[in-house]
Structures are given as C-alpha cells and as structure tokens.
Design a protein around this ligand. Structure first.
Ligand code: ADP
Length: 232
C-alpha cells in the first residue's frame, strides 16, 4: 500500500510541472491564440521554472531511491561539526535575508568532539533542515543552530525555528516521501522528500533524527551523529 501511495503521489508531483510546461508551450506554439509579445516572455519564464522544478524533483527521486536501497555513497571520517555548521550558516545567510529571517550560529566557544560522518552528506542534511526552518518561518522570525554532546556519546545538532510549527495530527507523516502536510497548493516551494532523504542519510551514518514542534510557535529538528573517538 505504501508503494502504491508513493507511486501515485510521485506521478502527481511529476505531472503538475509537466502540465504547466505543455500548457504554456502549446499556447506559444499552436498559433490559434494571439499571445502579446510581453506575455510570451512570461510564458517562456513559466516553462523554464516548471522545467527546473521537474529536474529538481527527478534528481531527488533518484537520490531517494538510492538512499532507500542503501546505495548512497558515504565516506565516513572524523569531521568537525563546528566547521560544517559554520559553512551551512554562511551558505544559507542570503536565503534567510531574502525571507526576512535571522539565522544565528549559537555554537560559539562550545567544545565539541569530532563526529564520525560523511561531511558532504552531513552538510546536505543540515542545509535541508535550515532551509525548512527559513521557509516555514514568518517575517522577522529566527532560526538558531546549536550543538552539544548528546546521549550515548553522540553529538546532537539542533536547528530551532520560530515558524508555523507542525500540528500534532501530522507528526507521523513528516518523514513520508512527497508528503507536504497539506502545503501542496500553498506559496512555499518544496518537493516533500527533503526530510525522507535526510532521515535515510542520517540513519545510514548510524545516527538518529527527530523533532519537537508546537503549532504556531515553531519547531526544533535535531540530528545525532556518533563521535569519532568511539568508532575505532
Ligand atoms: P518540502 O519542504 O520540500 O516540502 P520536506 O520533506 O523537507 O519537504 O518537509 C516535509 C513537510 O514538512 C513540508 O512540506 C512542511 O509541511 C513540513 N515541515 C518541514 N519542516 C518544517 C518546519 N521547520 N516547520 C514547519 N513545517 C515543516
């Protein structure tokens, strides 16, 4: 049943941008409707936008299928979480500014052991969590990154936001592929697979992912990665 549901939502997700590409393309090409020149550029722009979204979806689906069959290439090594968080905050600062959200790195002088993880994949997961914290926030909202030594000799990284939060009734659907928890037709762009892939990646790095959320107040997503010292 999960597979059928997955396939049906995937076809829907792929069909939506494709229909927009075909629709605008037909309007421009069939000549039965007179399209003023200024509209032509805007139609072409819609085609490009939908095409990019489609490409993004397909790349993510491919990655998801690799993640689910355990075929993701992972290079586990000692990594500095402090450095990775610094990189991620730098990379996301423009997006935060654009969305009128403040992004804070609270790591400061906190002493942290090295984690044993794949640096690029860790970055990918954190970028996804930060991006969600920014996207689902409010004007003037805040996203904060912090880290600490967690349970069982793991390092816990926390991404906290002051956004819309997630209603308790939807918590169990959060990591389902293509499930956008009802935001499909809303203004915020997304594919609904970011968290599914993040969970797969974290678990394949022998870590854990989780969250706490309070509707209307914000969410806190965390990941725990093993410390490098405990793996040898
Ligand atoms: P996407 O953001 O591409 O839709 P994700 O897999 O990253 O997909 O997230 C799935 C859904 O979970 C989102 O569509 C959104 O409804 C909800 N969500 C994720 N992160 C947050 C957050 N920080 N605050 C509120 N809702 C969130």
């Amino acid at each position: 049943r999960a597979k059928t549901e997955f396939l049906s939502s995937m076809s829907h997700e792929l069909r939506t941008p494709l229909n927009s590409i075909l629709g605008f393309g037909q309007l421009l090409s069939d000549g039965t409707v007179e399209v003023p020149p200024e509209k032509q550029a805007s139609f072409a722009g819609q085609i490009v936008k939908s095409g990019q979204h489609l490409l993004d979806l397909i790349e993510r689906v491919l990655e998801l299928s690799k993640a689910e069959t355990g075929k993701l290439q992972l290079d586990l090594e000692p990594v500095s979480i402090k450095e990775i968080i610094g990189d991620c905050v730098d990379m996301m600062s423009a997006e935060a500014k654009e969305r009128k959200v403040e992004l804070f790195n609270e790591i400061g002088a906190t002493e942290l052991p090295m984690a044993f993880a794949d640096p690029a994949r860790t970055r990918q997961v954190l970028l996804n969590l930060i991006s969600n914290g920014i996207k689902y926030n409010r004007d003037g909202g805040i996203v904060t990154l912090s880290a600490e030594a967690g349970e069982d000799k793991a390092i816990r990284i926390v991404v906290r936001d002051t956004g819309s939060g997630i209603p308790a009734a939807k918590w169990d659907q959060l990591f389902e592929p293509f499930n956008r928890l009802g935001r499909e037709s809303g203004p915020i762009k997304g594919t609904g697979i970011g968290l599914t892939i993040s969970k797969q990646i974290v678990e394949q790095m022998h870590g854990r992912i989780g969250f706490e959320s309070s509707e209307g107040q914000g969410s806190e997503f965390w990941i725990e990665l093993p410390c490098a010292a405990d793996t040898d």
